[in-house]
Every structure is written in C-alpha cells, then in structure tokens.
Design a protein around this ligand. Structure first.
Ligand SMILES: *Cc1c(COP(=O)(O)O)cnc(C)c1O
Length: 385
C-alpha cells in the first residue's frame, strides 16, 4: 500500500490501496481477469492462489475502502446484501440482533426471511432516542444493526450513543453507512465495530455495478469475515472492482456536489405549496439535526417528501412527470433518481410496519444527482405543477 492513513479524504480517495502494477508499472490497477495463479512448486506462490480467495484488483479495492473508513481490514462482496449475509453468518442459532425499525427493505427481508429460519432472532426498534436500545439488550444479544440516515425517513441514529451501549454489554455494533458514505461519516471513529456498504450506491457512484463491502479494525471479526468471504464465496469479479476503483477517485468531488444540490432542493421543496413534509437531516428543525451535525460532515443528497394529497395516486402523477429524476430503484449515482418507497424499495415491508415509521403512501424519495441544480429545480416545478 503506497499511502498512509494520515492523508486527507480526497488524497486517500485517489491514492489509498493502489500502487503501480509490480509486473508492468501500469499506474492504474489492472483488471486481473484470472481465476488462478501459477505455483513454482506445490504451495510456492506470490500470495495469490485462487481468485475466490485473493485477487489483486479486489485487494486494491479492499485496501482503498478500508482506508476511506479508517479501518485496518476491508472485504468486498458480490452485493451489499452478500456483505450483510457475511456479517450475519458470524452469529449462531439462538443469538439475537437489535436493528433500527426504519431500514432498507432488502435488509429487513434477509433478516426475517432467511436468518430467522436459521434460529437468529431480530428485534426492530425505534432508535431515535438511543437510550431505549439498552432496554432491549438481553444476554443473547450479539449484534446491533444501525442504518443512519435511515431509509427512507432520513432519521438520524446516534452512533456514539449506540457504541457506548454496545460496548457496555459486549455486543458488536454494525453500521450500514451506504447513505452517508465514508465522506460524510466514519462509524468506526464513533465506536462502531464494523461498517457495511452497498458499494452499488455512492461509492461506485455511476449506477453500473452491484457490490458490497465490510470494513473493520477488529482483528477477530476480520478473521471471521475473511473466512466467510472465502468459504461462502460471494466475491465480486475483477472487472467490477476496477470500475469501483475508478469511481472512488471522484467520491469526494461527487459528494460535495450531491450535498450542495441536496441542500438547494430540500429548501425548495420546503416552500412548495403541494408538499407536506420534507425529510432531510440538514434542516435545523429535523428532530435529530443536532446529532447529524455532530456525526456527519454534511447532509447528503438523499431527500424524502410527502404530498398534501396523501395518496399513492398523487405520488404516481408526480413521478410520471419527472424528466430528469428518472423513476428507478437504487440511489447514489451521478444522475438524479426518484422512487416510491411504498411500492418499490419498501414493498417487502408490511403496510402496518410502514405506517408505524411514517412511511406514507405519497412519500417520494429523491436521490439528488450532480447535474446543474437549476435544471433539477425546473424539473421538480413542472412535475409538481
Ligand atoms: C442498496 C442498499 C443495500 C443493499 O445493497 P445491494 O448492493 O443492493 O445488495 C443495503 N443497505 C442500503 C442502505 C441500501 O441502500
């Protein structure tokens, strides 16, 4: 690894983990499209045996992501959900997990539809007031799962507060940092044990790759994750790793613009007569703004809003009229996207659960891209007209 952890974020985004290719001097890490590596005698090799276990392109990316999260160890997976799957496989039947109740739909699905069947029990609680977490911890609790900002309600969870409670009870804390990215928030610095990313979103940043990652400085946990990564085998291919390495080089610049555009759009929506509520942690009146300003460097480009006419039909009318805010699942790419959580990303969460967290039928989620913000505002104006 050529660069130290002491560099600032933008320098790390460009340099950390990558070094000129030892074979040719190529500045950019090559796509090592190989499944296996020559051994000069049985067991004698250059540290690479088989590409499920190690691949140089993936290794450069894993080191880069670890550096961005100020972690000792990084691991990449074939998707964000494969990364979640790997963390859950460190648990045993009978173990309990406490999770935020306002959560990515796919995380809720893998928890309740896959791992419940293997005897792991999940509790979904409102962590807006972090002290309530303590009441739910039992001697079976092994993992606390936090997503912040939450998806799609943009609630903020106090990571340091959760870490203190986790440490006091010897429970691991994992933070899904997909929405914030390491540019906005570094959970390990706040006391978390492991960070998870859907790399698919901001880290890759161009809506052309599906990938996940974990980062930790806990050596025991890293050994378990590394074992599972190889033993279960949900690894990404070298071509995708190359694309993500390329995406990361502009992560800080993209995030700056996502934040600027996000702020302008959140403030525009707030004054629009057809809009009911706007959910964005940068507002002073956001219930957890104080914590957001402590644990995040800025507020990001994810915004949800509800309409005064609170029906799915009213939301559909707006979504159909968008020209730039393309209607699609996913988020975090350079282009702006829109979504309807109740019928798209969060359809796998029962309506009763959605209502509990305030995910109303008219709620629209925006992933604000890095286009010229004047054009984005014009698009919102015509769609809401
Ligand atoms: C997309 C997403 C995931 C799942 O990641 P995939 O790469 O789609 O498997 C997990 N958490 C959050 C917050 C996400 O947005």
């Amino acid at each position: 690894m050529s660069q130290s952890k002491d560099h600032r974020f933008g320098t790390k985004a460009i340099h950390a983990g990558v070094m000129p290719d030892p074979a040719t001097g190529a500045i950019m890490t090559p796509i090592y499209q190989t499944s296996t590596y020559v051994q000069s005698a049985p067991g004698v090799h250059k540290g690479f045996e088989y590409s499920r276990s190690q691949n140089p392109t993936r290794q450069a990316l894993e080191r880069s992501i670890a550096a961005l999260e100020n972690a000792e160890y990084g691991f990449c997976f074939g998707s964000g959900l494969a990364a979640i799957d790997a963390i859950l496989k460190t648990l045993k039947p009978g173990d309990e997990v406490i999770s935020t109740n306002d959560l990515y739909g796919g995380s809720y699905r893998i928890f309740t539809r896959i791992f419940e069947d293997f005897g792991i029990h999940f509790h979904f609680i409102n962590m807006s007031d972090i002290e309530v977490l303590e009441k739910h911890i039992t001697d079976k609790t092994k993992l606390i799962w936090v997503e912040t900002p939450t998806n799609p309600m943009m609630n903020i969870i106090d990571i340091s507060g959760a870490a203190k409670i986790a440490k006091a009870h010897n429970v691991l804390l994992c933070v899904d940092n997909t929405f914030s990215t390491p540019y906005l928030q570094n959970p390990l610095n706040l006391g978390a044990d492991v960070v998870m990313h859907s790399v698919t979103k901001y880290i890759a940043g161009h809506s052309d790759v599906v990938m996940g990652a974990l980062a930790t400085s806990n050596k025991d946990l890293a050994e378990k994750i590394g074992f599972i990564q190889n033993a279960s085998g949900a690894v990404p291919g070298p071509q995708d790793c190359f694309l993500v390495l390329r995406g990361i080089k502009t992560l800080h610049i993209r995030m700056q613009r996502h934040c600027e555009n996000g702020s302008t759009i959140a403030n525009f929506l707030k004054t629009h007569p057809k809009v009911d509520k706007v959910f964005w942690p940068g507002f002073k009146e956001h219930p957890n703004h104080q914590i957001a300003s402590q644990q995040m460097h800025d507020y990001g480009g994810m915004i949800s809003f509800s309409l005064k006419e609170n029906t799915a039909g009213a939301a559909t009318e707006v979504l159909k009229k968008f020209e730039l805010f393309t209607l699609a699942e996913s988020l975090g790419g350079v282009e702006s996207l829109s979504g309807h959580p109740a019928t798209m990303t969060h359809a796998s969460i029962p309506k009763a659960e959605r209502d509990k967290v305030g995910l109303s039928d008219s709620l629209i989620r925006l992933s604000v891209g890095i286009e010229d913000v004047e054009d984005l505002i014009l698009d919102l104006k015509q769609a809401l007209a």
